[in-house]
Design a binder for this molecule. Structure first.
Ligand code: AMP
Ligand code: MG
Length: 487
């Protein structure tokens, strides 16, 4: 870090509450220096939302978002966490290739973490190199930004920087650092880290911090920690219902990848489904299909049970009463999820108000959708308001559709077509488009990435000339598609 650069550095206005509130839950860790940082992309809209001076930042962005130059007030740390990975407990994971630079208060008064990912080894790296490749960094950038535009709570991408260094995976790849913005990086696994060590005081401090940060109303409740558990359950049930409504498969719903805030985080081997199949799995590391599309609501409950376990000492001095209290909450998850999902489906199907027949109507539509492109099957329902013949050719199971449509016509809102187009995207990050963009970017050409990012920034408005972005992948691509963690 040289003095003139520091002098020109715009203020980030860091206010680092995690460090202040939670001593002993992290290690100080400077990002590694990189050889030749080159800015790939800076999210100027998000930068402005964070209150950053974009014009002043731009010339220094490669240095800052590679980790070579620390902005004033940054206090880089690696956070400790544990987690169940594919059902097996790892008592120590932690930020093995990420550092939190600090927290800022954005233009709407929300506290947000700014973190680097791929910024070198930390004490939590185990056997990993602490690095990330251009492809996975840009995948997280693209999918996160797409989710934000789709209205799904998510971490965001502030910048991507190529490091100028090569990293070794199954082959040699160009390295990169992602700058990630999140409501916080508190995870179910953060609580598990301290629970596994019997550190009840730290769990209480974590819960108090999480309440202050994400669910301040819980502090006013008669039983604040139960109210906190309820709030996380509600946020996560809403989130997973949104994923399900988009055909989104996270791929690695380990407890260390489930946030306390209710934001989606850690886009690795994730994918949006094309032909609807409840058992769809894309991730190359998910050999048992634990995190298959239709399993996600069950994993929601499983992961939240792991969170509830860590909170037991805070819920009641009497262990049996604590378990009873937690269980009443956990027993409600399936019903809460179903309610959220039904609300999503009412919007997607263009229904106004609520009717007792809606659940069956939604379930039967999903059954009729089997084998049909998930995104287009919903979106083109708008056309069926006037002319069912335009929807029919899309469907694999036309007999089921024919039985369903009259029931829906009788129930749908008069302005269903508009409602459907507002609730169902025409453009999603289709796997073949994402792979094409990442492959070109890995070779140094970001044109396809930029074009796709621009399309996905406005996913609900169908525009002329963009047909290619709305269509499913060719069969030859779909047959063998897997996403790789790329760690
Ligand atoms: P993830 O699968 O990305 O959620 O990561 C699971 C755990 O592995 C976290 O503790 C990460 O920090 C760690 N990790 C993943 N990739 C690397 C890497 N290349 N180097 C060091 N740690 C890693
Ligand atoms: Mg993770």
């Amino acid at each position: 870090m040289t003095a003139p650069e520091t002098a020109d550095m715009p203020a980030f206005g860091f206010d680092n509450s995690y460090i202040r509130d939670l001593p002993g839950t992290f290690v100080a860790q400077r990002p590694a220096r990189v050889a030749a940082p080159r800015l790939l992309r800076l999210n100027t809209v998000l930068a402005a939302e964070l209150g950053l001076d974009v014009a002043a930042l731009q010339p220094l962005a490669a240095q800052v978002f590679s980790g070579n130059l620390l902005p004033p007030g940054a206090e880089p740390i690696a956070q400790a966490y544990a987690g169940h990975q594919f059902g097996g407990f790892s008592p120590q994971l932690g930020d093995g290739r990420a550092v939190l630079l600090g927290e800022v208060i954005d233009s709407q008064g929300r506290r947000r973490d700014i973190a680097l990912k791929g910024s070198g080894r930390t004490p939590f790296s185990r056997n990993g190199d602490g690095l990330a490749a251009v492809g996975p960094v840009l995948r997280e950038y693209l999918v996160g930004e797409a989710m934000a535009a789709l209205g799904v709570p998510t971490s965001r991408a502030l910048a991507a920087v190529a490091t100028g260094q090569q990293i070794l995976r199954d082959r040699v790849l160009p390295g990169a650092v992602l700058t990630r913005v999140a409501a916080s990086h508190l995870r179910v696994g953060t609580f598990q880290f301290f629970s596994a060590r019997g550190a009840v005081d730290q769990i209480r401090a974590l819960a108090d911090h999480a309440i202050a940060r994400h669910y301040p109303e819980a502090a006013q409740a008669g039983a604040p920690y139960l109210a906190f558990l309820d709030a996380v359950i509600a946020a996560q049930a809403r989130l997973i219902a949104q994923w399900m409504g988009l055909g989104f498969i996270h791929g690695v719903m380990n407890t260390d990848n489930m946030t306390i805030s209710g934001e989606t985080i850690d886009y690795g081997p994730c994918a949006f489904m094309e032909a609807y199949a409840p058992g769809a799995v894309y991730s190359s590391i998910d050999r048992q299909g634990r995190y298959a599309y239709a399993n996600q609501p069950l994993i929601l409950g499983w992961n939240l049970a792991r969170l509830a376990e860590t909170l037991l000492p805070l819920l009641d001095a009497d262990p049996d009463r604590a378990v009873d209290a937690a269980n009443t909450r956990l027993d409600s998850i399936a019903g809460q999820y179903r309610t959220e999902w039904l609300a999503v489906m009412r919007r997607k199907l263009g229904l106004a108000g609520e009717s007792p027949e809606d659940a069956a109507l939604a379930d039967d539509f999903m059954a009729a959708l089997a084998g049909t492109d998930f995104t287009l099957g919903f979106r083109r329902l708008a056309d069926a308001v006037d002319d069912p013949a335009r929807l029919r050719p899309l469907f694999a199971d036309r007999a089921a559709l024919d039985l369903w449509l009259p029931r829906w016509q009788a129930r749908r809102a008069p302005d269903a077509a508009d409602r459907i187009r507002r609730a169902n995207p025409i453009y999603i990050p289709r796997n073949h488009l994402v792979e094409e963009a990442l492959a070109a970017a890995t070779e140094g050409d970001l044109a396809a990435f930029d074009a796709l990012l621009a399309v996905l920034a406005d996913p609900f408005t169908e525009r002329p000339g963009l047909d290619r972005y709305a269509l499913p992948a060719p069969e030859s691509f779909t047959a063998g598609y897997r996403t790789f963690c790329g760690t």
